[in-house]
Write a protein that binds this ligand. Structure first.
Ligand code: FPP
Length: 257
């Protein structure tokens, strides 16, 4: 019963948010992808160690997830750790790898209450066993949820994804499972780690950096890009709704007129 009451209240407040933020209900991006950048600089500005910035950034994930869920976003992909992040100092990598063990026990109940489904996009190989266990538990626990998909890009890199996808296509072609003449965008997408998810409609990057940084290179082809100077730990629901409002003001032409 409580679940239904919460869902009912949730849907009421969704409408209120649309009205309050002046958002059109019929043009909400289905998939938003976020590069959560600036944790280190946020911490430095406060005289704190970099890892304090990562912790604070982690605490921001649920807030933005619920903000996205409240307006009807279907998929939220968050860049949590790239294949290039292994180059960081060992202590920082170790801290980042512990974040899922910290995050899920803290937030899983609220994610469940909000019908959020957790997923991961990235390579399992190389991730510590306890990191994977925390992520796998959350995936398992939320797998029947039908609301927003909270997709963590963890040990993910766009070029590696493209290369391994192409390698698999070549193997399949060699075995006669894929005819090179049949290859089209839909089939190509099936070889990406995001198979089954729509391409992001909106890409957000915090901290003033204007780069894709090897994030979802195939999938972002037609996404609208939105940048803010705010560091990720200080990125609020207001910033998020500002990005959505800007998205709604743009006309997507996909190369047409
Ligand atoms: C980039 O900021 C941020 C990261 C490499 C880590 C992002 C991860 C989180 C916010 C938490 C993820 C949560 C879970 C549950 C996995 P930066 O350190 O490069 O910032 P800087 O450019 O200021 O140094």
């Amino acid at each position: 019963m409580w679940k239904h009451i919460r869902q009912w209240l949730g849907s009421k407040s969704t409408t209120q948010i649309h009205v309050a933020k002046n958002l059109a209900t019929d043009n909400i991006p289905a998939h938003v992808a976020i590069v959560m950048d600036g944790n280190g600089r946020w911490a430095k500005k406060r005289g704190l160690p970099r890892v304090a910035g990562h912790y604070s950034g982690m605490k921001n994930v649920k807030k933005i997830t619920l903000a996205a869920n409240a307006i009807g976003v279907k998929v939220l992909t968050m860049y949590a750790f790239s294949t290039e992040n292994w180059k960081r100092p060992k202590d920082e990598v170790e801290f980042l790898m512990k974040l899922p063990q910290e995050f899920f026990p803290l937030e899983i109940d609220e994610l469940m209450e909000n019908n959020v489904q957790v997923r991961m996009t990235g390579w399992r190989e190389g991730l510590p066993a306890d990191t994977l266990e925390a992520v796998d538990n959350a995936i398992e626990r939320t797998k029947h949820n039908t609301g927003l998909i909270l997709n963590f890009a963890l040990n993910y890199g766009g070029r590696k994804e493209l290369l391994s996808g192409v390698q698999q296509m070549m193997r399949d072609a060699k075995q006669g499972k894929l005819n090179p003449d049949d290859l089209d965008e839909a089939i190509f997408s099936e070889y990406m780690l995001t198979d089954g998810l729509p391409d992001p409609d909106l890409f957000i990057r915090t901290s003033g950096e204007l780069r894709l940084s090897n994030f979802l290179l195939w999938q972002l082809a037609y996404s609208e890009l939105w940048f803010t100077d705010a560091y990720w730990p200080e990125f609020t629901e207001e910033h998020f709704y500002q990005a959505i409002a800007e998205y709604q003001r743009r006309v997507r032409r996909y190369g047409g007129l």
